[in-house]
Ligand binder design. Structure first.
Ligand SMILES: O=C(CO)COP(=O)(O)O
Length: 139
């Protein structure tokens, strides 16, 4: 699977703890992140993650481009709902693309917990069918 991690500043500790706790589940998957989030995760774990730009410098949009190209199966995006972000339009654009393409996206730790257990159980097998048949997007 192809998984992306993104966390706003006040959620980074939570993200690091989460990924550390489930490191064995994430091992072996192809992983992406925004700049600082990926750096923090790699400092704390043995996971290798392809890091894009930092969010405010375009990282959310780079991950959005992967969604548009059907190159991501899951996004864990721990957003800070109590702090305004200078790049809010980029964040909205990424979440919109997830809805356009039906990409599972967890925006809080409770949903992230459920989805990581779903990976472990093989519940993401339907993504293989999506890749296989790739229906066109309705306009
Ligand atoms: O701002 C972000 C997502 O919107 C995250 O970017 P960083 O991982 O570089 O802090």
């Amino acid at each position: 699977m192809k998984i992306a991690f993104i966390a706003h500043d006040r959620k980074k500790d939570e993200m690091v703890n989460f990924v550390t706790a489930y490191e064995d589940v994430f091992q072996g998957h192809e992983m992406y992140s925004t700049g600082t989030t990926g750096q923090r995760i790699m400092e704390a774990t043995s996971l290798r993650i392809h890091r894009f730009m930092s969010g405010p410098l375009g990282g959310d949009q780079q991950i959005g481009a992967l969604v548009a190209q059907d190159e991501l199966d899951l996004i864990i995006f721990l957003r800070d709902p109590l702090m305004a972000q200078p790049h809010e339009p980029d964040i909205s654009a990424l979440l919109r693309l997830c809805d356009v393409y039906g990409i599972p996206v967890a925006t809080n730790i409770a949903t992230a917990e459920i989805l990581v257990k779903a990976i472990d159980r093989g519940d993401f097998a339907w993504r293989d069918l999506v890749h296989k048949y790739k229906p066109g997007i309705e306009e």
